[in-house]
Design a protein around this ligand. Structure first.
Ligand code: HAM
Length: 424
């Protein structure tokens, strides 16, 4: 029997879980600082929730099966469709804007490699009911502040921002038909991950000739002013360029200019994005985006809800944990125990137990030797446990109603009455 974990799935040993808990706690702290509240949904959803709007790539990676009731179901590969469904069902009664966050575990059948597994946890932070660019700024600023809260700074990461409406305007100015735009986005999302030939060949499959394809490959080096001129006659493109200018002015005003850059080469792979798109990248590594998101103003109506604008991002724990390890930003784990109670001989066991209980009831983390081995062994175990104090109970102490308290760091000992120990 092969009892190893499946490829791309992780065992979380205590030290791994300590890092995961640290990541979750920073995510929750900063999300709450921005006024977001936490929600969750089911890990298993109807297959259809993904097949219709997420895009071919993610659909090809689904863990899907027919359940015993004959339903076509899938493990959630992302949270946005569940979020849209949940909000759509209650949107009428919820005060706007809706600011929710969640930390789901997600499942995608990808080829396991550095930064990419078959399960990961992902912070999802989304706003519903705001169409203005201040909501765009808020979401990108939250992503930046989260990474800063881990101790990362502008030399470590950068948020690259673009807008699909602007890029659509550019495609239009190059003669690409609106019908070919979604397929072009899906191919352009692979720039940097696939070869130039691959990109040109697939663009040509979407009806885009190689000259136009080459010009699209240069998008990443165009600045906003340049593209604004190119889309001047395209209504949505021009509006989007002006909106991005206001977006970057707000980013400046927040003092985050070093963290946020314009990058028209970025379009994102998921099919539902309608406007702003962004990804946060490790500036030095090539692994993959730490975080990605954007606007999906049509998705709520698509899943049967009211027509409300929405936006947000997902930040995965795998790339982030790798980055924190690389930059030495993993906090050292705290010892699991405060006090270790040592019995000189088995006669003091019951007295020791009552001390253990009294201290635990007051919130101390306490343990002791279940076998009452020799004193030397018990002190060694106390040392290994990381306890700050060893509390020794022997015949003399019992007679005097005291406990001997050894400071494990200095070795100093003092005597305390039971009442004094409890009070301390
Ligand atoms: P996504 O770009 O597919 O977006 O994923 C967001 C982040 O999750 C990635 O940047 C990466 O850090 C992490 N991630 C994704 N797949 C894997 C994987 N196989 N292994 C490890 N980490 C992974 C979405 O999922 C959108 N639903 C995000 C969103 C929320 N957009 C709007 N709201």
């Amino acid at each position: 029997m092969n009892t190893g974990s499946l490829p791309g799935f992780r065992d979380f040993y205590p030290e791994d879980l300590a890092l995961r808990s640290h990541i979750f706690s920073v995510w929750r702290d900063v999300a709450r600082r921005y006024g977001f509240v936490e929600y969750d949904g089911p890990p298993l959803e109807a297959l259809e929730l993904y097949t219709r709007k997420s895009g071919d790539e993610i659909v090809s990676q689904l863990y899907r099966f027919t359940d015993q009731g004959g339903r076509e179901v899938a493990l959630r590969p992302e949270m946005t469709p569940s979020f849209a469904r949940m909000v759509a069902a209650r949107a009428g009664g919820l005060p706007k804007p809706i600011r929710w966050f969640s930390i789901p575990q997600l499942f995608r059948y990808e080829r396991p490699q550095k930064g990419r597994l078959r399960e990961h946890f992902q912070l999802n932070l989304d706003i519903v009911g705001e169409s203005g660019e201040l909501a765009d700024v808020e979401v990108v600023a939250a992503a930046v502040d989260i990474l800063r809260a881990f101790g990362l700074d502008a030399e470590d990461f950068v948020a690259r921002v673009s807008d699909r409406q602007l890029v659509s305007g550019v495609l239009d100015s190059l003669g690409v038909s609106p019908a070919a735009v979604p397929a072009a986005f899906a191919v352009l999302d692979k720039v940097g991950r696939e070869s130039e030939e691959w990109i040109l060949e697939h663009l040509s499959g979407a009806g885009i000739d190689s000259d136009t394809g080459r010009r699209l490959l240069e998008l990443g080096s165009c600045d906003l002013a340049d593209l604004k001129r190119r889309v001047a006659d395209h209504e949505e493109g021009a509006m989007s360029a002006a909106r991005l200018e206001r977006f970057f002015a707000h980013v400046d005003a927040l003092g985050l200019a070093d963290y946020v850059e314009f990058d028209a080469g970025l379009v994102r792979g998921l099919a539902y994005y309608t406007g702003l798109v962004f990804e946060v990248w490790d500036r030095r590594g090539k692994s993959r985006a730490i975080c990605g998101g954007g606007r999906y103003d049509d998705l709520l109506a698509f899943v049967g809800g009211p027509d409300l604008p929405a936006l947000g991002f997902g930040m995965g724990d795998v790339v982030l944990a790798g980055l924190l390890r690389e930059r030495d930003l993993v906090p050292s784990g705290e010892a699991p125990v405060d006090d270790y109670v040592v019995c000189v001989s088995p006669e003091q066991r019951d007295a020791a137990l009552s001390i253990v209980r009294a201290l635990r009831e007051r919130g101390r983390r306490v343990t002791f030797d279940y076998a009452t081995r020799s004193l030397g062994r018990q002190f060694k175990a106390a040392d290994q446990s990381g306890a700050e104090r060893a509390l020794v109970v022997g015949p003399d102490e019992m007679e005097q109603g005291t406990v001997r308290v050894r400071d494990m760091a200095t070795g100093e000992e003092r005597s305390l009455t039971l009442a004094g120990l409890i009070a301390e």
